[in-house]
Design a protein around this ligand. Structure first.
Ligand SMILES: C[S@@+](CC[C@H](N)C(=O)[O-])C[C@H]1O[C@@H](n2cnc3c(N)ncnc32)[C@H](O)[C@@H]1O
Length: 246
């Protein structure tokens, strides 16, 4: 469940002129940007077999990748967007739709998807929701599955700012914070590319970030080893103290 502010962010995107305008610039992200946007390169690192698109909006990216996928799962928090996509892609049996409560994939099965990506959406999300999405992404991915998440790198944001008080609606986050959240959720961070953003009043360097991460078990075994070492150290200390008492 979302808190009041996260819900307000979600509600802002039930209807917006953005959808019509953005449709016209979609080619820019899919190789037409002359390499200025790292998205296309990052997407090529995903296995699209059973792909999930998080915060799909009106589904403008779907025609760019659906032919390469066996199944496409479109996820959004707004029923309005899910309904739009259902109509847009009606009759296409490989496309599935999923209405999220706003920070998880509950209802989607464990270890079942090859990749999850999101573009132009997570930049707006509250950090607490990003953390929850990352955690649940690990659950639904197959081993070796990958996430490609476009998020904010606006760590200069005044804590507590509503997202549109920041340039381009970029909420508080950073490449390092994201890398930490992804790592402790069990992902290996493969790459992070900063994105310069034209906010309308000028270009802000490195305002966005595109993070590519892979589901592994490595982090948990590293932690387990550190935990065992700490326990062994504590046991050795206790033994030493007992010896001294004798
Ligand atoms: C700016 S639109 C981008 C849509 C799409 N990614 C695109 O590139 O055209 C932001 C999207 O994020 C969705 N959204 C907002 N908050 C969300 C949340 N907590 N969970 C999932 N989707 C959310 C909105 O419904 C909307 O579809």
């Amino acid at each position: 469940m979302l808190n009041k502010i996260s819900q307000a962010i979600a509600d802002d995107w039930k209807q917006d002129p953005y959808y019509l305008l953005a449709e016209k610039s979609v080619d820019f992200f899919w190789g037409g940007g002359g390499g200025k946007i790292p998205f296309f390169g990052g997407f090529k690192e995903l296995d699209p077999e059973n792909i999930v698109e998080l915060a799909c909006g009106h589904g403008r990216h779907v025609p760019k990748y659906m032919d390469d996928a066996e199944t496409v799962t479109l996820v959004d928090v707004n029923q309005e967007n899910i309904d739009f996509c259902k109509q847009r892609f009606s009759g296409n049996p490989k496309i599935r739709f999923y209405l999220t409560t706003g920070n998880n994939f509950q209802g989607l099965p464990d270890a079942s998807y090859s990749a999850i990506f999101t573009y132009d959406s997570m930049i707006h999300f509250n950090l607490i929701d990003i953390a929850n999405y990352i955690n649940d992404a690990w659950r639904i991915l197959k081993p070796g599955g990958r996430i490609l998440f476009h998020h904010s790198n606006y760590y200069g944001a005044e804590p507590g700012n509503f997202y549109f008080q920041n340039p381009g609606g970029h909420n508080f986050c950073s490449d390092r914070i994201f890398a930490h959240l992804a790592t402790v959720a069990g992902f290996k961070v493969l790459s992070q590319d900063l994105i310069d953003v034209d906010t309308g009043t000028g270009v802000v360097k490195g305002l966005g970030c595109l993070s590519l991460c892979e589901k592994t078990d490595e982090y948990f075994s590293t932690c387990e080893k550190a935990r065992e070492a700490r326990t062994a150290h504590a046991v050795a200390l206790i033994r030493e103290k007992m010896k001294q008492k004798r």
